[in-house]
Design a protein around this ligand. Structure first.
Ligand code: 7PJ
Length: 256
C-alpha cells in the first residue's frame, strides 16, 4: 500500500505532494514501482496535529481521487470522517482506512452500506494528545482484544469478514517499547483471522532506533516492513514502494 498525502502538513512529505497534480503523479509513480493499493489521506494524524474540517479534507482528497480514476489498482481513503468516506466511495474508492476503526456510527454505516473493504486500526487517545503518556498492562493483548471487538462490531453491522483488515496502529498512542512489543507479537494479531496491515514507514520509532530524521528512514522502513511481513502482515503501508517491493521479492523467493 503506497501512501499519498494530500496534506500541507503531513508526517513525512512536508506538504510536497499537497498540490493535486503532484499527488496524482506521485501515486502513479508508486503504482509503477509496484504498489497494489494507493492510500490517500487529507488529514495529518501526526502527533500533535490539528483536526481539519470536512470541507477542507474533501477539497484535498477528492481532486486526487478523481485524478486517479481508471488506474489499475484499488484506491483507499485514509479518513475517519463519514462524509469523506461517502464522497470517496461515490467517486469509486474500494477501501476505507479508518484510524478510528469505525467507532463512529455514521462511519460504520457508510462502510456497511457500500461494498468496500475496510481497515480497522487501533489507537489510544487522539492525535493531539496520544503520545503524552500511553499506558497498557499488556499492549499486545489489549490491541488484540480491541481489534477482535471491532471485527465483531463490523460484522454485526453487516460488513462481511472478507472485507475487513486490521492494523495495530504503530505510533498511535504507543511508546517505543509498546511499538516493539507489537512488532514482536504481530503473529498473535495475524491470528485474528483477517488480513493484517502494518504501517511503520518513516515513523518516529524508527528515528528513535536509528537516530535518522524522517527523510533518512528508508532503510529502517524497509527493514521494518520486511519484519512485519515475516510475522504475518499481508499489507504494508509505505512511502518507499520501490525499495519495499524489492525487499519483499527477496523474502518471497526465500520463503517459496
Ligand atoms: C497509519 C495510517 C497506520 C493505517 C497513518 C503516518 C501516519 N493508517 N495512517 N495504519 N498511519 N491503517 O503515516 O506516519 O499505521 S498516518
Amino acid at each position: 500500500m503506497g501512501i499519498v498525502n494530500a496534506t500541507p502538513d503531513s508526517f513525512s512529505d512536508g506538504g510536497q505532494h499537497s498540490q493535486r497534480d503532484a499527488a496524482v503523479a506521485h501515486a502513479q509513480r508508486l503504482i509503477a514501482e509496484g504498489a497494489d493499493i494507493i492510500d490517500i489521506g487529507g488529514e495529518s494524524t501526526r502527533p500533535g496535529a490539528q483536526p481539519v474540517s470536512v470541507q477542507q479534507e474533501l477539497e484535498r482528497v477528492m481532486p486526487v481521487i478523481e485524478g486517479l480514476r481508471g488506474v489499475q489498482v484499488p484506491i483507499s481513503i485514509d479518513t475517519c470522517k463519514p462524509e469523506v468516506m461517502q464522497a470517496a466511495i461515490a467517486a469509486g474508492v474500494q477501501m476505507v482506512n479508518d484510524i478510528d476503526a469505525l467507532q463512529d456510527a455514521a462511519a460504520m454505516h457508510a462502510v456497511a452500506a457500500a461494498n468496500v473493504a475496510v481497515c480497522l486500526m487501533h489507537k489510544q487517545g487522539d492525535p493531539q494528545t496520544m503520545q503524552a503518556q500511553p499506558q497498557y498492562r499488556d499492549v499486545v493483548a489489549e490491541v488484540c482484544e480491541f481489534l477482535r471487538g471491532r471485527i465483531a462490531a463490523a460484522e454485526a453491522a453487516g460488513i462481511a469478514r472478507v472485507r475487513i483488515a486490521i492494523d495495530p496502529g504503530f505510533g498511535f498512542g504507543k511508546t517505543l517499547e509498546h511499538n516493539l512489543a507489537l512488532l514482536r507479537g504481530l503473529e498473535q494479531l495475524a491470528g485474528l483471522g483477517v488480513p493484517l496491515l502494518a504501517g511503520l514507514s518513516r515513523k518516529s520509532m524508527l528515528g528513535a532506533l536509528t537516530g535518522q530524521d524522517v527523510e533518512h528512514r528508508v532503510h529502517a522502513s524497509v527493514a521494518a516492513a520486511l519484519l512485519a511481513v515475516q510475522r504475518g502482515a499481508k499489507i504494508v503501508r509505505v512511502h518507499d514502494v520501490g525499495a519495499t517491493v524489492d525487499a519483499l521479492k527477496i523474502l518471497n523467493a526465500v520463503n517459496s
